[in-house]
Design a protein around this ligand. Structure first.
Ligand SMILES: [Zn+2]
Length: 444
């Protein structure tokens, strides 16, 4: 007797689309077949809709423990379940994991709170490497670093980068790095403040394209020299993507990450939104966002992540453009806006699955257990209605932010059912999962 069969499904596998049935036993995919195998406890009729591997969002901030009034694991992973995301990798800048003790404490806490599977990034402080190998051994997904002091996390200069990358490369660890040149952003900030600028347009001048590019070029060079495996976080314009491609072609072990905010927004539109358009690096011109979507389509960006970093409306509007927190809510909406892009022929469905499930699973050492529909894999699945037309509204946001930069966005396509290791955690817009359903996702 099997546990579950999903029948009449269009199933997106590595070998292409199969019309038929997925059989689940003990939380794993037992078979993919054209017709049902035999008796099962439960049968779900997909009614010809498409089944994809559950999405993997490798870059989210749930502020838990931390600034719980902005977000927490229960809200963040509820939003994930609603959006078809079955694994998240989280890190909180105000309460970073820097020691094995930090890791154990957070893991024990989050195990009671997560609705989807989860992993953590650890933070690296300049020159402090004692715990890094031990953290990697424990199953940390990657080490988060910054080249500019941001969110209270100290930036790493070139000497620090050499030290950290060499240390992390020595035990085969991985890095996700936020790249903006500290000297250039500080210089821009001084000029803007001298001119008494307080408007939303300061963001693009402060966090300039040059500041990002100088830092990306430097990080690519040092990654190549040290042999470190490095993902460049949230690349915001085509020039930095090309820098990564060139370094990759010369043998550097790099991956390039993109987020929806760089594919759908443009700088002047966001500037008019004041604090609600403040994130860094910022979105760039409309033309650059279109070019980035082309790069996604052509497979030149490896990983899609939301960089979910929410604040409530009250948090965003307290203070000035200089003091309001950086970041946008995103995990609620990433799959839907990307499915819409698929429907508008901006990228293929296969490419979306690659960048939001398969490639992150590979980067995180979770593949093929996660990120693929294959026999023996976890039955982490999302059923999508590719024809569903709907509009994103604040009321539909499960994140504590309760707003979205995509509010008003007209979607074509929606996740309608999410399964986590064979358990239905979302069905037709109803959240069925509960805190504690999620498990720690450990590397193979
Ligand atoms: Zn982030």
């Amino acid at each position: 007797m099997y546990d579950l069969q999903i029948i009449n499904a269009k199933i997106l596998t590595q070998q292409g689309q199969i019309n038929g049935c997925i059989t689940v036993k003990d939380g794993k995919i037992e078979a993919i077949s054209s017709s049902p195998l035999g008796n099962s406890e439960q049968t779900l009729d997909a009614k010809g809709r498409t089944v994809l591997p559950g999405f993997i969002d490798q870059h989210v901030h749930f502020m838990d423990p931390g600034e719980n009034e902005r977000e927490d694991f229960i809200h963040g992973t509820s939003a994930a379940a609603m959006a078809g995301v079955t694994t998240v990798i989280e890190h909180t800048h105000s309460h970073p994991i820097r020691t094995v003790e930090d890791f154990e404490r957070k893991k024990n806490y989050v195990e009671q709170r997560a609705l989807v599977d989860f992993g953590f990034a650890a933070h690296v402080w300049p020159g402090q490497y004692e715990e890094l190998a031990k953290l990697w051994q424990k199953g940390i997904a990657y080490f988060k670093m910054f080249t500019c002091t941001t969110h209270g996390v100290p930036g790493q200069n070139s000497a620090d980068l050499y030290g950290a990358f060499a240390n992390i490369a020595s035990f085969g660890g991985k890095v996700l790095i936020h790249c903006e040149d500290e000297a250039l952003t500080a210089h821009n900030e001084r000029i803007l403040k001298r001119n008494h600028r307080n408007d939303g347009y300061v963001i693009k001048e402060w966090r300039s394209k040059a500041a990002e590019a100088v830092s990306v070029a430097n990080v690519c060079f040092i990654a190549k020299e040290t042999g470190a495996q490095v993902t460049l976080a949230h690349l915001s314009h085509p020039k930095v993507v090309r820098l990564v491609q060139q370094a990759k072609a010369s043998g550097a072990k790099l991956r390039a990450e993109i987020c929806p905010q760089y594919l759908f927004f443009e700088e002047d539109g966001l500037a008019a939104n004041g604090p609600f358009g403040k994130f860094t690096p910022p979105a760039r011109s409309a033309q650059e966002s279109q070019e980035l979507m082309e790069l996604v389509k052509n497979g030149e960006l490896d990983i899609l992540a939301s960089d979910h970093a929410p604040s409530t409306k009250a948090h965003k509007t307290a203070g000035t453009i200089w003091t309001t927190p950086f970041g946008l809510p995103g995990i609620d909406t990433t799959s839907a806006v990307m499915l819409t892009a698929v429907n508008k022929n901006k990228l293929s469905l296969e490419r979306l699955v690659q960048i939001y499930a398969e490639n992150p699973a590979k980067a995180l050492g979770l593949y093929p257990k996660k990120g693929s529909i294959s026999v023996g894999a976890d039955a982490d699945l999302v059923l999508v209605d590719l024809e569903k037309r709907w509009t994103i509204e604040d009321d539909l946001i499960f994140s504590k932010a309760k707003w979205s930069p995509f509010t008003g966005f007209e979607c074509i396509g929606k996740p309608v059912m999410t399964l986590l290791r064979g358990q239905i955690i979302m069905c037709e817009g109803k959240l069925l999962g509960k805190p504690g359903d999620g498990q720690f996702a450990k590397r193979a």
